[in-house]
Design a protein around this ligand. Structure first.
Ligand SMILES: [Zn+2]
Ligand SMILES: [Zn+2]
Length: 349
């Protein structure tokens, strides 16, 4: 079978590899259909592994952690909900079960977290073996939308960390795929959302998926926009999806006193912050990593309910044979790139 293998940073090649064989107990064999490419794929592809969880050996790796797939075979003792022929989305996360975060029910922050497509082989291949516990049925959802369940689960988790309420003003920094998923999930929960992003087309998309306001400009202009929008109070919730460390300082200025900032975007870089602003405004800061199984289930429902809006986010499609171009398309990040998809299914025999 075919696999797109990232052999070393910057080197992704199409290889003929052995198939995974029959599933073991509580395992499934999947036939990936559509795989989304995202910023963390780019961190791995470019060798910027400092931005990823865990210092481990990453290469060679079959990437792809955002995927829809069809269940090809099920092993013994699989949970009743997973049947051969079902279309599923993959919750890419596996915790160790022993560390403090795992023991308190937060495997998404596990100290030795393993993610499909990052620490283990992922969806950019024709067949994939996984524990059945990482597979969630998506009913009649189309394969492209199914590949967006994983990024949606990241947004759902970020909003759980933010603790948003209906009618509450929420500022979302960045209108990339995670930012746009956050806008969609927040507005579906009844929040009022203002989005900042330098790209006009992305601000326009943010409005189409539910944002009530958008802003861009200098640091001061963005801050002024948030203050106007909240009648001078600042926003009770700010979600930073940019992965740009410089925006964290901006988030602390946009958030109101007693408000909360959630950081979703990943970066290995440092940024200066005025630490006194935290006690002055008594700001909560919450990191948000991946998503729990409950978030993933909620994301399935959200994508099912809003598939029309989700489909607006798919900007580019490549077959598996051109997976390298897909990742380079994200890397070169022309303004028109939102969510890039690799259609794996077309290659299947
Ligand atoms: Zn992703
Ligand atoms: Zn753990």
């Amino acid at each position: 079978m075919l696999a797109a293998v990232t052999r070393s940073p910057g080197l992704m090649v199409l290889d003929e590899v052995g198939d995974p064989g029959p599933p073991g107990p509580q395992e499934v064999i999947l036939r990936p259909e559509v795989v989304g490419v995202c910023g963390s794929d780019l961190h791995l592809y470019s060798g910027d592994v400092g931005a990823l969880s865990g210092a481990r050996s990453f290469f060679p790796r079959v990437q792809g952690h955002e995927m829809s797939a069809v269940v090809e075979a099920t092993g013994q003792d699989c949970p009743g909900g997973v049947r051969t022929g079902d279309r599923v989305a993959v919750w890419p996360l596996r915790g160790c079960g022993r560390c403090y975060p795992c023991r308190v029910g937060r495997a998404n922050a596990c100290v030795s977290l393993e993610l499909v497509g990052i620490h283990r082989d992922g969806g950019l291949q024709q067949l994939l073996r996984l524990p059945a516990s990482q597979v969630f049925g998506i009913g009649d959802l189309d394969a492209e939308s199914g590949a967006f369940v994983e990024p949606m689960s990241v947004a759902v988790h970020a909003l759980a960390r933010a603790g948003i309420r209906s009618g509450q003003p929420v500022v979302v920094l960045g209108a990339g795929p995670i930012g746009l998923a956050t806008v969609l999930a927040a507005t579906a929960a009844g929040a009022n959302v203002l989005v900042t992003d330098p790209v006009a087309a992305r601000r326009e998309l943010a409005t189409r998926v539910g944002a009530s306001a958008v802003a861009w400009g200098s640091h001061e202009e963005q801050l002024a926009a948030v203050h106007d929008w909240t009648r001078g109070r600042g926003a009770p919730r700010v979600v930073d999806t940019t992965g740009d460390p410089a925006t964290l300082a901006q988030a602390t200025e946009m958030v109101c006193s007693a408000g909360r900032v959630v950081v979703v975007g990943m970066s290995a870089a440092a940024a200066p912050l005025r630490s006194g602003i935290f006690p002055e405004k008594e700001i909560d800061v919450a990191g948000s990593s991946c998503a729990t199984a409950d978030d993933f289930r909620a994301a399935v429902r959200l994508v099912q309910a809003h598939r029309d809006k989700v489909s607006l986010l798919f900007s580019h499609r490549f077959p598996l044979t051109r997976a390298r171009e897909a990742i380079e398309c994200v890397a070169n990040s022309p303004a028109e790139v939102v969510k890039v998809l690799v259609v794996v299914g077309d290659q299947a025999s």
